[in-house]
Write a protein that binds this ligand. Sequence first.
Ligand code: SF4
Ligand code: SF4
Length: 134
Amino acid sequence: MKKKIVLYFPPTVTEQPFTYYLIKDYDLMVNILKADINPRKEGRTVVEISGDKDDFEAGINFLQSRGVKVLPLEQEIVWIEERCTHCGACSVICPAGALVVERPEMTVKFYNEKCIVCEHCLTACPSRAMEARY
Ligand code: SF4
Ligand code: SF4
């Protein structure tokens, strides 16, 4: 299974190598999509975890037992193509390469699977072609 989740770390555990434990002890693949972690402060990461279902559940139980709050990434960014004028403003600010100007057509394409739900494109788009859905 493969799932995107949000991890919230209390200040007391932000320095612990949780990614290492998930890989080494639970045989999971961890792809960090977004991280906002500072020593001794509350932290938040968005990760995509893949592996065997039992290993996944054991890994999540381990995180929760150490005080990490685990939430599903339920929010999704959608591209409303008919509103898009292909101005390219979103492709400049997208940190994940999810919005790309395709050449030679010079039209914008949205790669949903790369999106890390940072929401930058919501305010950057003059045509309201990017929306967050829950
Ligand atoms: S929310 Fe928008 S700017 Fe952020 S990664 Fe997704 S497509 Fe790119
Ligand atoms: S900023 Fe909006 S209108 Fe411009 S290319 Fe991106 S989605 Fe389309």
